[in-house]
Design a protein around this ligand. Structure first.
Ligand SMILES: [Zn+2]
Length: 463
């Protein structure tokens, strides 16, 4: 029989973070359920879904995560691992209005694969393969890549790691200079013009491309979701099968608010490194947390003083992990600044060991050039060992031994003195005679001179 689970999405609207993971290398041999999804109308208000699972799976029923009020099935066609469904996706999305399941998106619907497909009732590893047709119009925006028969695939047991897709009347915006990224933006929902939103995402993507020396995403989807809250209250990356960056943007934001905000820069930085989870999330979060203000300073959206002010004020939050419990034991409160402090140390030690020629950021670029982006999973030490290989000496592995499993002593005040930077009475002061003062421009600007600012497309100043 058919059974229904009540909708319960756990969309944690807590903090900017990578939630999940990477496409398994295999899976093609797993038994599959195939779905043919047809949009009955261009806005994806109603779908017709034909499901058929491999007979070897002995599937006796399907579970729809959506509310049963929005699903109908024909008993004549239901059984033996097959089913034909009518799904009122538009009504479900209006009722749910949730990033983690489904929500209206202009003339389209944003929906996660787990809430799009009726799921086979089994605990086995099953590949869900679906394709979508549009006889009445409409389209799909997704970071998933279709196979040669037009099927997208998501493993049943890892559905919660797959990002949302968008079905209906929507045109993806390509970003100037970044053919790898597609922007999904509903029309007419913000106080500022659509062109201003697109210019902002393009500029942030450019700041990332400068850092990575290429686009950080093999192919990615950036989704801007209007929010009643102010500023840019939330962002996250889901990367199973393709990177999806979802960012909430307040309906009332000004252009100035957007360029003053950190979330989108942080999330796009996540795209350029492999997902590392064997020792916790601290290195992924440390990379994004450390380089976010750096990228914004290089783009001209933040002053060097403000970057040092932020680091001197915030880096102490990483000290319990770096000096005590160790980075892999850091809780949610410790991974961001604990990781950022590790990356600062890694940058300094790499530059010192190489006479200023090679920084930790050069290592990150080499890893990305090798294909290590967020859609693949690496052990933490694989990345750190790449850095030592680039340096030709065991600098970063030694640093890792001192701070990952457990912490060891670190004199942060002395580090700032050696760099020749201090914070007093709310003001940053520099001492160019300090021992490591020569590293400051390399850390902040990535070279000895300040790069040219990235244009905000003429939208700043007027709000
Ligand atoms: Zn993050």
């Amino acid at each position: 029989m058919m059974s229904w689970a009540l909708p319960r999405s756990a969309a944690a609207l807590a903090c900017a973070a990578i939630v999940a993971a990477a496409q398994p290398a295999a899976g093609a041999d797993d038994p599959a359920c195939h779905y043919d999804v047809t949009l009955d109308d261009p806005r994806a208000a109603r779908l017709d879904i034909a499901a058929a699972c491999d007979p070897a799976l002995s599937i006796s029923g399907f579970t729809a995560l959506g509310n049963r009020d929005h699903w109908r099935t024909d008993p004549e066609t239901y059984g033996d691992g097959k089913g034909r469904f009518t799904y009122d996706l538009g009504a479900f999305a209006r009722a749910e209005d949730d990033l983690g399941s489904a929500m209206p998106f202009g003339g389209a619907v944003l929906v996660t694969p787990g809430f799009l497909l009726p799921l086979p009732e089994t605990k086995r590893a099953v590949m869900l393969r679906f394709r979508v047709s549009f006889p009445a119009g409409g389209t799909i925006l997704t970071a998933l890549r279709p196979d040669r028969d037009g099927y997208y695939q998501v493993p049943l047991l890892r559905l919660n790691e797959a990002g949302p897709l968008i079905l209906g009347d929507i045109a993806g915006e390509s970003l100037a200079g970044d053919p790898e990224l597609t922007l999904a933006i509903p029309s007419g929902t913000w106080r500022i013009a659509r062109e201003q939103m697109i210019a902002w995402v393009s500029a942030v993507a450019e700041s990332n491309r400068r850092f990575w020396a290429r686009s950080p995403a093999g192919s990615g989807l950036v989704i801007l979701v209007p929010s009643k809250r102010s500023g840019v209250p939330f962002g996250r990356v889901l990367s199973l099968g393709g990177a999806v960056v979802t960012v909430l943007v307040g309906r009332e934001v000004s252009s100035q608010d957007l360029y003053d905000d950190w979330v989108l820069t942080h999330e796009l930085l996540h795209l350029g490194s492999p997902l590392m989870r064997d020792t916790g999330a601290w290195l992924n979060e440390g990379i994004a947390t450390f380089y976010e203000p750096v990228l914004r300073a290089r783009a001209g959206w933040k002053s060097e003083d403000v970057v040092w002010h932020e680091w001197i004020s915030q880096m102490p939050r990483g000290m319990p992990a770096m000096t005590g419990i160790g980075l892999e034991n850091a809780g949610r409160g410790g991974i961001y600044w604990g990781g950022a402090l590790f990356v600062l140390m890694a940058e300094i030690e790499s530059l010192r060991a190489s006479g200023g020629r090679t920084g930790f950021s050069d290592c990150l670029r080499s890893v990305l050039a090798e294909g290590g982006d967020v859609t693949v999973k690496w052990p933490t030490m694989k990345l750190l060992d790449r850095c030592d290989a680039l340096l030709g000496q065991p600098v970063i592995a030694a640093l890792a031994r001192q701070h990952i499993e457990r912490g060891s002593a670190l004199d942060l005040d002395r580090l700032w003195r050696r760099l020749g930077v201090s914070l007093a009475d709310g003001k940053i002061r520099y001492d160019d005679a300090a021992e490591l003062a020569w590293l400051r421009p390399l850390i902040i600007w990535g070279g000895t001179t300040r790069p040219a600012p990235i244009s905000a497309g003429g939208f700043l100043g007027g709000g």
